[in-house]
Design a protein around this ligand. Structure first.
Ligand code: SAM
Length: 346
């Protein structure tokens, strides 16, 4: 059954597991990204300014608030939750929180996006707690470039984290923000690195968050340029037949060896808004129906004002109802939200 949620209602809102919510453009919401903290142990240059200020800890949702909200989302049809940040692994007691979330009835898949810095220690406990997989960000295989791009990152630790995640049985994918003049010469090497580990790298086009201030049009590395770089090294690519090509990550495989795939998340040059099925909950409880706009609804305010689960459902309904047709990112760098990516969670 598909349920269209009204903006304002005095009627009880749907609570059955299995119901699904749909926005005014007919897109069903089934995927929620939950930021556990806006703090990060890295300072990636394309993601945040060096002197970024984080929110006071009292503003963050508590574990009980996160579990309550995610439970309501799951009752409304969310099936897949991705933990993000900031850096999710720097949230105190992240393993305990993961176990609490993994136990929510009706949640099919709990996964995480991480910079991998703490994964060597945490991959095993997170897997035991019920985490299914990790997407690890790794933009370059050059240690000096990595240190400079992340402003404090340690490539060796990240690679150890990737290997620990695989050893722990987590499904591992790699993410690389594609930047001309930074890692355009490493497209094939990053593919090789992923394939050697039995995984796939997904290249992400840079998006103009932060009011466009961290964005430079000259650094655009488009989906077409990424495919051309792979083809120059490995020969023709074809769309992977087993994959859903409507989602954010579109997968291609080598015609000569279909087992070797590459993903491209192309919000800028080949956007996928018409198939967007996701919502984003920030660490301080703001619900963003679209990454590309500052529009947000505070679920924390509803909860802390003593709101019932029906009140939470009504607030989620209003947010889904207001989900825009698409982002307004422009390749000139304007049109995005004023928030930094680190404060929404990617
Ligand atoms: N700290 C975690 C990590 O590094 O994966 C999770 C949060 S991070 C904001 C999520 C993803 O967003 C990372 O893969 C990061 O590289 C990517 N990202 C950050 N800023 C971006 C931007 N302006 N455009 C595209 N991707 C971006």
């Amino acid at each position: 059954m598909v349920i269209r949620l009204p903006i304002v209602t005095t009627q009880p809102l749907p609570r059955h597991t299995g119901d699904r919510i749909e926005d005014t453009f007919g897109r069903r919401v089934s995927y929620l990204r939950v930021s556990l903290t806006d703090r990060c142990n890295y300072r990636c240059t394309y993601c945040m300014p060096e002197d970024v200020t984080f929110r006071p800890r009292a503003e963050l949702l508590t574990f009980e608030e996160i579990v309550r909200l995610v439970t309501v989302f799951v009752e409304l049809g969310v099936r897949r939750v991705r933990l993000t940040g900031g850096e999710p692994t720097v949230r105190n007691n992240v393993v305990e929180l993961t176990a609490m979330l993994a136990a929510i009835p009706g949640l099919d898949e709990l996964v995480m996006t991480t910079n991998g810095h703490l994964l060597a220690e945490l991959a095993g406990p997170l897997a035991e707690a019920g985490l299914r997989g990790v997407n690890v960000s790794i933009d370059t295989l050059d240690p000096a470039q990595f240190a400079s791009l992340t402003r404090r990152g340690d490539l060796g630790r990240v690679i150890a984290g990737i290997d620990a995640a695989r050893a722990a049985g987590l499904e591992v994918k790699l993410n690389a923000v594609a930047l001309h003049g930074v890692n355009d010469g490493e497209v094939a090497a990053l593919c090789d690195f992923a394939w050697a580990r039995g995984t796939t790298v997904r290249f992400i086009e840079h998006m103009p968050m932060s009011g466009g201030q961290l964005f430079a049009p000259a650094r655009e590395l488009s989906a077409a340029a990424i495919r051309a770089a792979v083809e120059a090294r490995y020969g023709a690519l074809a769309p992977s037949p087993s994959r859903d090509h409507r989602g954010p990550s579109r997968y291609w495989h080598l015609v000569e060896d279909p087992a070797r795939e590459v993903g491209i998340i192309s919000a800028m040059t080949e956007h996928f808004c018409e198939a967007c099925n996701r919502l984003r909950l920030t660490a301080s409880g703001e619900l963003h129906a679209c990454l590309g706009h500052d529009d947000a609804t505070s679920l924390r305010d509803v909860v802390r004002a003593g709101g019932s689960d029906d009140d939470v459902r009504a607030a989620i309904g209003a947010s889904v109802h207001g989900k825009r047709a698409g982002h307004e990112f422009q390749r000139s760098g304007v049109g995005g939200p004023s928030k930094h990516m680190v404060s929404i969670g990617g």
